[in-house]
Ligand binder design. Structure first.
Ligand SMILES: Nc1ncnc2c1ncn2[C@@H]1O[C@H](COP(=O)(O)OP(=O)(O)O)[C@@H](O)[C@H]1O
Length: 226
């Protein structure tokens, strides 16, 4: 399946993308692709590219589109499908992605799920109220709404930490940027007939049910089709 989750920060893109990718039969790799995780991996590994983008990241500047595509495209499998988490972020990136997929013979995105509904205050409250990420797997959890698994489950060793850029100021800046780009991004996929809007204000499991409804449910072979 070729699916992308879009929506404002805190709407649940990573949570839903990781649930979906864990439910798919990819035992040796995660089909979830997050550009944020790919950027952070370069910085953490202290590659020459990581040093360059780390400076931008620290200054709160966006990473240039060219770098984002260079990091993402090697992971875009033409045969197996993928789950994009928080990408594309604007209509310009969506157009470049469409062209790249076509050039690689990968086929266009089949589903774009837009998670929306909660107000900016609700999203900020949700993230500051307990979002943590695993340093080992990059998975997102919430101390109250979606607690990290205990060590006995052997699913994710953690440690589970609050990210340094999950501050009110940074969240509001990201929400502002998103609100400016969102309408055009949605229009882009609406025109291609692949957009589904899901109310992200409901509990996580209800949102996940909405995602399954949009994708066609695992018992239906169409669900796995690339
Ligand atoms: N529907 C929901 N209700 C309550 N909490 C949620 C919901 N969806 C996600 N969360 C939690 O809120 C935080 C933000 O979700 P996340 O998936 O990280 O959002 P995004 O990737 O869109 O920024 C996480 O801590 C997550 O566990």
């Amino acid at each position: 399946m070729r699916v992308a989750f879009i929506g404002p920060v805190g709407s649940g893109k990573s949570s839903q993308a990781q649930r979906l990718s864990w439910s798919l039969p990819f035992y040796n790799r995660s089909p979830r692709l997050s550009t944020g995780d790919l950027v952070r991996a370069q910085i953490e590994a202290r590659t020459p590219l990581g040093a360059r983008i780390g400076a931008l990241h620290d200054a709160g500047e966006p990473v240039p589109d060219g770098v984002v595509f260079d990091l993402l495209l090697p992971h875009v499998r033409t045969a197996g499908g993928f789950v994009l988490d928080d990408f594309p972020a604007n209509a310009g990136q969506a157009e470049i992605l469409d062209a790249e997929l076509e050039e690689r013979g990968a086929g266009p995105l089949r589903h774009v799920i837009s998670l929306e509904g909660p107000s900016d205050d609700e999203l900020v409250g949700r993230v500051l109220g307990g979002r943590v990420h695993s340093r080992a797997t990059d998975a997102a959890y919430h101390l109250k709404n979606d607690p990290p698994p205990g060590p006995e489950k052997r699913l994710d060793p953690g440690p589970f930490e609050r990210r340094s850029d999950d501050t009110e100021e940074s969240l509001r800046r990201r929400l502002g940027a998103y609100r400016r780009e969102h309408a055009l991004l949605k229009e882009h996929y609406e025109a291609r007939g692949v957009l589904t809007v899901i109310d992200a204000g409901r509990p996580l499991d209800k949102v996940a049910e909405g995602v399954l409804d949009a994708l066609g449910h695992p018992e239906n072979p169409q669900y796995y089709a690339v």
